[in-house]
Every structure is written in structure tokens, then in C-alpha cells.
Design a protein around this ligand. Structure first.
Ligand code: PEP
Length: 248
């Protein structure tokens, strides 16, 4: 039985005050048997790590450099994330792929750095609307997944949470139907299972794309959906906690 996982990606929102308030509200809440992770902007990581210290809430970076260290102005390394108390990092979020032109190979290199620093990687994959309309969803998500399997090996998925995030559903209010999401999750799981049956059965594959308190339970009830990566709805602690409750 896979334990459900819910992550809150704050994106470029918030303030120091919001970081302390939000984290406090989540730490104080009764969260059932679900793993919860928060991904605040880099400047607030220490705040959120401090406010969640000793709790079940894990903290992660929204990105990590593919390089270990060096002359890469503006980048943040996985080692730095670890140093300030993070336990995870996102890799390959569609906003990074789209606006920063991150390739599959770069994303795979980021995952390798994250894992090398003993952090859990949350690997995001997903197709654009155009790709879905062209019937290329399976090809695109399989290619994105394959790049990481080729670089890091299938057993690396013992420390990876895989997030299926259709780009057309992120921040648009348009959610994949439970059936549409389940179909892609099953495909991703079958790829993992073809590499290693145990990894196929144990990897958490979470859904992201306009998850709200009102649609979370139905999505999370699908056999291959193990929780969610939440954007907009994680900026209100009551909504985020309602989504965690739907997973618990
Ligand atoms: C995300 O940013 O990963 C996300 C899923 O955003 P939203 O929930 O707002 O669609």
C-alpha cells in the first residue's frame, strides 16, 4: 500500500509573514496518514524549515541546479537546499521547462544532483494542450520519464515522487478528469514496472493541475493516483488542509 503524498508549490507567491503563518497553520493541524511537503520560494526556505522543525511536514526547493557548485549566478544547488534543512526538491516543473527552456537531459541532470545530495526528487512530467490534442500525451510523458530512467537508473525511483502535471491544467482551473489522469498514471506506472516490478508498485505518482478541495477526493480515489502537487490551492491553508484530508 502506497502512502499518499501531498505537496504545496507556492511558486513565486508570499512573503516572510505569509511563510510563517501558513507553515504554522499546517504544522498545528491534525494531518492524517499522509506525507506533506511545502515548496516555498528560496528566500523563505529557512523560515519554513524553522517553523516546521520537529513536525511531520517536509520542506523542499522549487528547483535545484544541475551543477554541484561554481560560477552559475542565480542558481541554487541541491547541497545548499540540504544545508538549510530541505528534504526534497522539484525537478522539471512545466514552468521551468516552458519559461527556462529546460530540456529532458537537464531535468535528468537535476534529478541526479538532488539524489546525490540525499534529497527526494519530485519529478514533474506532463504534456501541453497542443500535444494532447495531437494525440502525443503518451509519447511526451514517456520521453520525459525515460530521460531520468536512462540517467539515474530505475532503482533511483525508490527516492523519487513522480508528478503527472498536464500543462493545460496548471493554474488554468481546468482539471484532468479522474479518468484522464488515471490513464496517464497507469501508463507511467507500467513504464516503471517494466524496468523493475517493485519500483512500479511502490513509486508514488501524484497528480497536479488545478486540484481543489472539491475535486481532490475523486482524483485521489483512482488506483494509480497517490496524492497531489498543489499550486494555487496551497496558498490558503484551509484549502490545502482540506486537500490533505482528502488524501488521508
Ligand atoms: C503546480 O504549480 O504544480 C500546480 C499544479 O498548480 P495549480 O494547482 O495551480 O494548477
Amino acid at each position: 500500500m502506497r502512502r499518499k503524498w501531498v505537496g504545496g508549490n507556492w511558486k513565486m507567491h508570499g512573503s516572510r509573514q505569509m511563510a510563517s503563518r501558513m507553515t504554522g497553520a499546517i504544522v498545528d493541524a491534525e494531518i492524517g496518514d499522509v506525507e506533506v511537503a511545502l515548496f516555498p520560494p528560496f528566500p523563505y526556505l529557512r523560515e519554513v524549515c524553522a517553523a516546521s522543525a520537529g513536525s511531520k511536514i517536509a520542506v523542499g526547493g522549487q528547483d535545484a541546479s544541475e551543477h554541484e557548485s561554481g560560477a552559475y549566478t542565480g542558481e541554487v544547488s541541491a547541497a545548499m537546499l540540504k544545508d538549510v534543512g530541505c528534504r526534497l526538491a522539484l525537478a522539471g516543473h512545466s514552468e521551468r521547462r516552458q519559461y527556462h527552456h529546460e530540456s529532458d537531459d537537464e531535468v535528468a541532470a537535476k534529478v541526479a544532483q538532488i539524489l546525490a545530495n540525499d534529497l527526494t526528487a519530485v519529478l514533474c512530467v506532463g504534456e501541453t494542450l497542443r500535444e494532447r490534442e495531437d494525440g502525443r500525451t503518451a509519447e511526451v510523458v514517456s520521453r520525459q520519464l525515460r530521460a531520468v530512467i536512462d540517467r539515474c537508473g530505475i532503482t533511483a525511483f525508490g527516492r523519487i515522487v513522480l508528478a503527472y502535471e498536464p500543462v493545460w491544467a496548471i493554474g488554468t482551473g481546468r482539471t484532468a478528469s479522474p479518468g484522464q489522469a488515471q490513464e496517464v498514471h497507469a501508463l507511467l506506472r507500467s513504464h516503471l514496472g517494466a524496468g523493475d516490478a517493485r519500483i512500479g508498485g511502490s513509486t508514488r505518482i501524484v497528480y497536479g493541475g488545478s486540484v481543489k478541495p472539491g475535486n481532490a477526493a475523486e482524483l485521489f480515489a483512482q488506483p494509480d493516483i497517490d496524492g497531489g502537487l498543489i499550486g494555487g490551492a496551497c496558498l490558503e491553508s484551509a484549502d490545502f488542509l482540506a486537500i490533505c484530508a482528502a488524501a488521508g
